[in-house]
Design a protein around this ligand. Structure first.
Ligand code: PAF
Length: 280
């Protein structure tokens, strides 16, 4: 496995592979990889001849008061992890490589980006769409792999490739959880021991919502209310949002009728965690 930091080096590898007729699977990440990322790399490994993983903490998708500086980083550990899963190439650029002097072109999206996480993170999805488009142009993959934990991001990327006629397949992969239910996230490392326990209120609330829907409850307000009560039992938790939206448009719905996304963002202390379930 090769680790490269320039766009030119990635393009050279991709060019050789394309000449050889190889298919390319791509897993974009911000590093500090965990089993959630691992499941994406494994899926890419199964379905493609070559697997590229990008590790780039994208400054453009962080707001001015967010955790860009403290976002966890460990390239050595990430490289070993990717190698163990059979990745062929890691692209690990510096911000200056991705955003050269004078950079002023962006990919932005209406509607879908204005809901859920977009309300409390107004610049986030413009940063995600811009960097993901750039990465797609650099890696030119046949397939790209994203986790369902970032359900809004996945819906936005699917919309973006449709709207902008990008010629690749987006593969969504299920949420990977710790044994006790907490959705895996690089941000879980911010949690103290006490907060780590408190954070289980998210997955408890998700399970409760899921079981109400499975029992036939179709009133979104009733499901959301029960889920909120579950979170509010935890003194360290502060709800940013819990919403029931159409899984494609991200617009709020009153009745639970597939495709539905029930998504939440909750602060545990200073750490903002997200979780969700889908009704297909
Ligand atoms: O999901 C992430 O880790 C990031 O938003 C992504 C897709 C790598 C873009 O920076």
């Amino acid at each position: 496995m090769k680790v490269v930091s320039t766009i030119e080096e990635v393009r050279a590898c991709v060019k050789t592979w394309r000449k050889e007729g190889k298919s390319i699977g791509f897993v974009p990440t911000m590093g500090y990889l965990h089993e959630g990322h691992g499941s994406l790399i494994q899926k890419a490994r199964e379905n493609n001849d070559k697997v590229v993983v990008s590790i780039f903490v994208n400054p453009m998708q962080f707001g001015p008061t967010e955790d860009l500086a403290s976002y966890p980083r460990d390239l050595e550990k990430d490289s070993a992890f990717c190698a163990s899963l059979g990745a062929d190439l890691i692209f690990h650029p510096e911000p200056e490589e991705m955003y050269q002097e004078g950079f002023c072109s962006y990919v932005d999206m209406d509607v879908l980006t204005k809901e859920l996480c977009g309300l409390s993170r107004p610049v986030h999805f413009r940063g995600v769409c811009t960097v993901v488009s750039k990465l797609f142009h650099i890696v030119m993959p046949d397939r790209a792999y994203f986790g369902q934990k970032d359900a809004q991001q996945l819906a936005i990327i699917r919309r973006m490739i449709k709207d902008l006629n990008m010629d690749l397949e987006i593969v969504g992969c299920p949420i990977i959880r710790e044994a006790d239910g907490l959705a895996k996230s690089s941000r879980n490392t911010y949690l103290s021991q006490e907060e780590r326990k408190a954070a289980l209120c998210l997955s408890r609330s998700i399970r409760l919502g899921q079981s109400l829907v499975e029992q036939g409850e179709t009133n979104a307000q009733k499901v959301l209310e029960a889920m909120k009560v579950e979170i509010q039992k935890e003194p360290l938790a502060k709800i940013d949002y819990i919403k029931c939206v159409n899984g494609l448009t991200m617009q709020q719905v009153e009745t639970i009728k597939a495709p539905i996304l029930v998504a939440m963002a909750v602060y545990i202390g200073k750490t903002r965690l997200i979780d969700n379930f889908i009704v297909e």
